[in-house]
Design a protein around this ligand. Sequence first.
Ligand code: SP5
Ligand code: ZN
Length: 364
Amino acid sequence: MPDPPPCLDGVVVLTDPMTQAHDPGAEIWVGVATPAVEVPARVAAIRSALAGRGADLLPGDGLDDAVLAAVHTPELLAFLRAAAGRWAAGEYRRLVGQDRVVPYVFPTPAFLGDLPARVPVATHALTGVFCYDTMTLIGPGTWQAARAAADLAQTAVRYALDGRVAYALCRPPGHHATPGGYGGSCYLNNAAVAAQGFRAAGVGRVAVIDIDAHHGNGTQAVFYHRSDVWFGSVHVDPGAGWFPHFMGFADETGAADGRGWTRNIPLAPGAGDQAFVDGVGALAERAASVGVEALVVSLGVDAEGGDPESPLEVTPDGFAAAGTVLAELAGSGLPTVLVQEGGYRLDTLGALVARVLGPFASRR
Ligand code: SP5
Ligand code: ZN
């Protein structure tokens, strides 16, 4: 017998139809275009699972560009804004049938040596300056959707400071987007926008806890040198061969002023509820011990056993237990925002999100 659907009384759910305007169409992986898994239907799947359970479904109320500019470089923002138009003008569709923005050459240290990275004139070359993989395509609605998602994350902060638990139904997801780059199906870092939004509103110390199956390399990069935002992530071990491959190891603990302000808990492929919930518990304990005044949760549910994008084996009960741990950290007074990240099984996605949110219902 499945558990009854959780009641979500008191939870604010922020949604925007514009988040479905992004349609990457495909992901190019090891040179082959496969159907995208980060699809617009994810929004409807989550929304319908949360509607009718007592949550208040509300729209965003406007993105503060100063907060966005504190997270991302002006170069990345300018590129993302203009990319779809530049690509269309470049006639790639007519030339090779490609109507999405996709890189083909990357200015890595191995390529550049000690020469400076110049700004290439060709759009297909410039794309590799900002996009670090081949899986994260840009189409006509990508910029609008990414901005709408960041708006929802920032709006959630306003509700949280008003005493409500707020969940932002962000799409595209954000935690792989770095200050100056995009990848991993992410363009703008919604969780970082929420954390920075708390800081801009005068909150002294913020924790970001990332429970997506993949390491939140982008969020880590935004705050790695800072001691005002603590970052912790539980995820499948990149050292066992999983995305993002190059970061998310336990010895990454922050640098400069941020030393000790990053914590990574890599899990072996196949890890299930106990390791996952223990990991979330260890992150929650550390976040409490650094005296945080607000909480942002990067809420991916792709650690679930049947998800196509990760080898973790967390069950719906495991997600509910993780939600309980996080809700206990939030207690009755810690301003708390949850931001949607990954999760790719359309048939279970919404129910899993509801299981995490359930323990936050009517706590205040
Ligand atoms: C936000 C988020 O969960 N991003 C996940 C990005 C990880 N993608 C890794 C993809 C690895 C290859 N996937 C093959 C599936 C072919 N469609
Ligand atoms: Zn993920």
